[in-house]
Design a protein around this ligand. Structure first.
Ligand code: CP
Ligand code: NVA
Length: 305
């Protein structure tokens, strides 16, 4: 049975504990310039149907650093953009490479690809989820503040792919999420793939959501694919900007995260994202390290050392 990472709960609490420990070791080696090439002769295909800076770079550099190679494909100049069925593409691509990463629109597309793939498939962002980013975010939280179990994350803004994935992670790892969205943009538990609502609480006022939080986080008001709603969203989300007042309502040691790219002056003020509580650069860097651990795990299983 091939193991995929299509949504956050595809990894158990125990697997995540292993992965975060492995990430720490892989990151330490990298920082000391110690070569580590467990994936020699392995290839990664990266399929992008949406734009990317961090995801492309972290997967491509990560695969090279592990001794393998990465191949970039996009829908503009492959047959995927000309209507080749995703099932056929999966059959062919997965006979030629060892692992596949996909950034696409509906979750259904990646699920269908995975169902026809002989090799592991990783979700590099869909409309519904962004699980690799939340791996990096939680690893970053652990580095700065220790275990996330029992802690409170405040999610301010759109109930998008990032929000849904935080909510799934809260179920798997046992922490709480305070969500505040404008009316009409609330969490849809079924779309988020949640089993229940025990791990999150909704707040009409974003200040209330931030109270007592260990981590305050947000994301763009208009995600890729929703550009036609941009004007409407700018008005609807105006009071959901993370600012110094919201950070002051959180715990004094709270950290601020944003998956990036960010729009200063929209979902977050420059004062917050460029301020002392922000860990966004560590968060971005950690995409590289967690994804190296993830690819190693999906291809080689657990490594003793
Ligand atoms: N955070 C993130 O996934 O960034 P990119 O869109 O640049 O890949
Ligand atoms: N929610 C954003 C994340 C970008 C990394 C989007 O889907 O566009």
């Amino acid at each position: 049975m091939v193991k995929h990472f299509l949504q956050f709960r595809d990894l158990s609490r125990d697997e995540l504990a292993y992965l975060f420990e492995r990430t720490r070791l892989i990151k330490n080696r990298f920082k000391k310039y110690q070569p580590y090439h467990p994936l020699v002769d392995r290839s990664l295909a990266m399929i992008f149907e949406k734009s990317s800076t961090r995801t492309r770079l972290s997967f491509e550099a990560g695969m090279q650093q592990l001794g393998g190679s990465a191949i970039y494909l996009n829908t503009r100049d492959t047959q995927l953009g000309r209507g080749e069925p995703v099932e056929d593409a999966a059959e062919v691509i997965s006979r030629m490479v060892d692992i596949v990463m996909i950034r696409t629109f509906e979750q259904d597309i990646i699920e269908r690809f995975a169902a026809h793939s002989r090799v592991p498939v990783i979700n590099g962002l869909t409309n519904e989820y962004h699980p690799c980013q939340i791996l990096a975010d939680i690893f970053t939280f652990i580095e700065h503040r220790g275990s996330i179990r029992g802690k409170t994350v405040a999610w301010i803004g759109d109930s998008n792919n990032m929000c849904n994935t935080w909510l799934q992670a809260a179920e798997v790892l046992g922490f709480n999420v305070h969500v505040s969205t404008p009316p009409g943009y609330e969490v849809e538990p079924e779309r988020a793939g949640l089993y229940g609502t025990d791990h999150f609480e909704s707040f009409a006022d974003p200040m209330d959501a931030c109270r007592g939080a260990d981590l305050v986080t947000t994301d763009v008001w208009t995600s890729m694919g929703w550009e036609a709603e941009n004007e409407e969203r700018l008005k609807a989300f105006a009071d959901w900007q993370v600012d110094a007042e919201m950070m002051a309502a959180a715990k004094s040691g709270a950290v601020f995260m944003h998956c990036l790219p960010a729009h200063r002056g929209e979902e977050v003020t420059a004062e917050v994202i460029d301020g002392a509580q922000s860990v966004v650069w560590d968060e971005a860097e950690n995409r590289l390290h967690v994804q190296k651990a993830l690819m190693e795990y999906l291809l080689l299983g657990r490594i003793e050392s």
